[in-house]
Design a protein around this ligand. Structure first.
Ligand SMILES: [Fe+2]
Length: 356
């Protein structure tokens, strides 16, 4: 039989779950107009793993804003799930409170980064991946914010060692992470880096420090996408100019990261060339294979390959996912002549990964 205290806690939670319906209140037309300028959309997933709302949350229904949760409201996964089921996967928050949300995420991220290997490893990994990805969206909005970049770097570094030590949780972690449906722009670097760490572990050719540098290289290689208008991300049809703009993200990444992350020049060079194996690069005539000064070594190839495969096997707003064996067929065309043994390693890794 539940104790008095248990009943009280349950009552508080139920009240919190139901309260956002009660809090829905109408604003005057003038207030609605003002809210148009004061609010910005964010994904409700940004509030995952927080215990209270650092800002008020609004919904847009039939063109009108309504308050969902007031600032400092209690939240948990049940409340968030319920809001998503009610169609509020995207919510609106005041522009000036965006930083408060990021600060709260940063605090959670810092705490978890320090205790990643304590307790349930899969739960910790899930939480870390989600917090990092949510925080990545803040970093994309503020790519010159040194504090946000440094926190991402420290957390990604710890995550790399954690993943390297625990390959047994990679597959369930991958499946759980996909369920969260983060925007692919923020999720893709982590997915590619998760596969990368697995392959590097299997290859047993690299020191801990080299694995870490390659992980960081893979994780931050697309940060230059932050310089590209978000509206371009989900477009199915892109003009040649748009494709060229997107293809330049590698160069923007190098500009954003140079002097701000402890990555030596050869890793920045990998970032600059991380699409040198892709079909788009060839289509745009930007293929650097004719550049004799560029050595496309194993490191560039493996970062590029895990990027291509993780992107192809995940859904995009403008296309379905591709089966992994089809992705491997494409990679075969791209790398097997130059890297026949390494291609076998990649096939063996993915076959093993998706066999479970
Ligand atoms: Fe990229």
């Amino acid at each position: 039989m539940p104790s008095k205290r248990g009943n009280f806690r349950l009552g508080v939670r139920l009240k919190a779950i139901l309260s956002y319906d009660i809090k829905m209140s109408a604003y005057t037309l003038l207030e609605q107009n003002a809210l148009n300028f004061q609010l910005k959309p964010v994904s409700l997933r940004e509030f995952l793993f927080l215990n209270e709302t650092p800002c008020s949350l609004y919904a847009l229904e039939n063109g009108l804003y309504k308050i969902l949760l007031k600032k400092r409201s209690f939240i948990n996964s049940m409340i968030l799930k319920d809001l998503i089921n009610k169609g509020h996967a995207q919510v609106y928050i005041p522009h000036e409170d965006r930083v408060d949300l990021a600060i709260q995420q940063q605090e959670e991220l810092r705490k978890l980064t320090r205790s990643l290997s304590i307790g349930n490893l899969l739960d910790n990994g899930k939480k870390q991946l989600n917090l990092l990805t949510s925080h990545m969206s803040f970093l994309y909005e503020n790519p010159t914010n040194d504090q946000a970049l440094s926190l991402q770097y420290q957390s990604a570094r710890n995550l790399c060692h954690f993943l390297y030590q625990h390959p047994e949780i990679h597959e369930p972690l991958y499946r759980e992470f996909l369920k969260q449906k983060h925007h692919y722009i923020f999720a893709q670097p982590l997915l590619a880096s998760l596969f990368l760490v697995g392959i590097l572990k299997m290859a047993r050719l690299f020191s801990d420090k080299e694995v870490e540098s390659l992980f960081i290289t893979s994780y931050f290689k697309d940060i230059g996408m932050s310089a590209i208008p978000t509206v371009k991300y989900d477009q199915e049809e892109l003009s040649t100019e748009d494709k060229q703009l997107l293809a330049r993200h590698s160069k923007y990444s190098v500009q954003i990261l140079t002097g701000r992350l402890p990555l030596s020049p050869q890793y920045l060079k990998i970032i600059e060339n991380h699409h040198s194996f892709s079909l788009l690069t060839r289509e745009l005539g930007l293929d650097s294979s004719t550049d004799k000064t560029l050595v496309k070594g194993f490191e560039t190839m493996i970062i590029s390959t895990t990027d291509i495969i993780s992107a192809m096997i995940a859904e995009r707003p403008y296309r379905p996912s591709t089966p992994v064996f089809e992705a491997l067929e494409l990679v075969k065309v791209l790398i097997s002549d130059q890297f026949p043994h390494e291609f076998k390693l990649v096939v063996s890794y993915f076959r093993n990964f998706f066999r479970r």
